[in-house]
Design a protein around this ligand. Structure first.
Ligand SMILES: C[S@@+](CC[C@H](N)C(=O)[O-])C[C@H]1O[C@@H](n2cnc3c(N)ncnc32)[C@H](O)[C@@H]1O
Length: 236
């Protein structure tokens, strides 16, 4: 009963905030196309999540229509999706009913999950849809909170371009600078942060330390982080 009431409250909050981070029509259409599915399966997902262990309880932030979820659910034991858009969350929930996927309609900057719930958290092409840097930082802090110690936070996001500006007309686009991402993730408590710039996008991987006292000890030197940020572009 408690769980049902909590979910209902989330749906109400989502309805209230439904305009936040909402994608324009082109964007909503494109995220469901076979072209995007092919790009995700052949290029984006294998690159973004290379070496990330996905076998247990994975949280996916911002699945949209769920093409990323389809890739994840074949590799994880359980996938929980948190999607703020009421319509997208509803249609994904119907499509994946009775599978290893559960969809929650809620805001990833205030997640309805207990501390230390997930073994990994994945976030693909979502960060620039948050309307401010502060909200992006809140998403990092919430991700840290719901990750189990030792768990990975991994994903990818877009770099700026003319095409990106056109695609996002009437849409939210607050790009994340890959050069500042390591320090932002470390401020949220993550360690072993790696950011790598590729073709049109960057990927990131960070870990919640096993022992909480590690929070105060960065495990990479500044120069190591810079090397990852400023390294050669690799094709995605
Ligand atoms: C460009 S789509 C990416 C969809 C999918 N991950 C993919 O790569 O195909 C971004 C998604 O993030 C969702 N989103 C944006 N802000 C969010 C937030 N604060 N909490 C949960 N979902 C959010 C949007 O509603 C949208 O569905």
């Amino acid at each position: 009963m408690g769980a049902i009431l909590r979910q209902r409250r989330c749906w109400q909050v989502a309805r209230f905030r439904d305009d936040l981070g909402k994608m324009n029509r082109f964007h909503r259409w494109y995220c469901q196309t076979s072209h995007w599915r092919h790009t995700l399966e052949k290029t984006v997902m294998p690159w973004a999540l290379a070496g990330v262990e996905l076998d247990h309880d994975v949280l996916e932030i911002g699945p949209g229509p769920g093409l990323t979820t389809d890739w994840l659910r074949l590799r994880a034991k359980r996938v929980t999706c948190i999607e703020m858009d009421l319509e997208l969350a509803g249609s994904l929930q119907s499509r994946v009913a009775n599978t290893n996927v559960d969809v929650r309609c809620a805001d990833a900057t205030a997640m309805p999950f207990a501390d230390r719930t997930f073994t990994s958290v994945v976030c693909c092409t979502v960060l620039h849809h948050l309307p401010s840097r502060e909200l992006q930082d809140r998403l990092f802090a919430e991700t840290f909170r719901v990750l189990k110690p030792g768990g990975a936070f991994a994903g990818t996001d877009s770099l700026g371009s003319l095409l990106m500006r056109i695609i996002h007309l009437g849409d939210t686009m607050v790009l994340v600078d890959p050069a500042t991402l390591p320090s932002r993730l470390e401020s949220a408590g993550f360690r072993n942060v790696r950011v790598e710039v590729g073709s049109g996008r960057f990927r990131f991987l960070a870990r919640r330390p096993i022992a909480s006292h590690n929070r105060d000890k960065p495990s990479l030197t500044k120069s190591t982080v810079d090397q990852f940020c400023l390294g050669p572009h690799t094709r995605g």
